[in-house]
Design a protein around this ligand. Structure first.
Ligand code: 5GP
Length: 191
């Protein structure tokens, strides 16, 4: 998606060998017009699937997932990383190793928001090693729901997440695909 690639070129910051900081439009400050365009692009890609729910993980997945839910007019559910007084029973849970924090989190979704009647579209901000998406797929399996596919805002093709999903024949739509970081610059994959 050209609009997103241009924004990454303008505002993204490469950190070290494998991390892109996009906190001016996605991960801290959020550009709502850009989110709406991303949501529309995911809608265009998955509109023929019988989707009933959009699923993501807090917190950075929520903005693009909400925009997608608005395009589909469907509910958005986000997995929570912390249990609380109001979220402790009747949960689906999965362990997720965080690429950016280098810690393992338990993610949870209340059983009342996902069931065997659901067909789910997963949306997330980044695809790196695929751990966040794998955790969500695990939860979809626990609920007996069906996975329609995965929409990713920024995929890093040099990490293993995409291959894991391709090997399982899961439909993945990534709106920007980064092949490498070279001298602090982003190199996009040419499809
Ligand atoms: P994975 O689970 O695929 O290894 O990593 C995906 C998660 O890690 C995303 O939900 C995102 O929050 C975070 N992440 C992975 N790579 C990056 C990156 O290059 N930049 C930022 N800002 N977050 C990333």
């Amino acid at each position: 998606m050209k609009l997103l690639e241009t924004r990454i070129q303008q505002d993204g910051q490469v950190l070290g060998a494998d991390v892109l900081k996009v906190d001016s439009f996605l991960n801290h400050q959020i550009d709502p017009d850009l989110m709406a365009a991303l949501g529309q692009a995911f809608y265009d890609s998955f509109k023929d699937a019988p989707i009933t729910k959009i699923l993501t993980v807090e917190s950075s997945g929520i903005a693009p997932a909400l925009a997608t839910g608005m395009a589909f007019h469907l509910p958005v559910v986000f997995a929570r990383k912390h249990k609380s007084l109001t979220l402790k029973d009747n949960l689906y849970t999965a362990e997720v190793y965080s690429f950016t924090k280098k810690t393992t989190n338990q993610i949870s979704i209340s059983t009342k928001f996902l069931s065997a009647d659901d067909t789910v579209l997963i949306i997330d901000d980044f695809l790196a090693n695929g751990q966040a998406v794998e955790g969500l797929i695990d939860i979809i399996g626990q609920a007996g729901a069906t996975l329609a596919g995965v929409g990713i805002v920024i995929e890093k093709t040099f990490q293993k997440g995409r291959k894991l999903l391709d090997d399982r024949h899961i439909k993945v739509t990534s709106l920007a695909r980064i092949q490498a970081f070279e001298d602090g610059q982003v190199v996009f994959a040419q499809d």
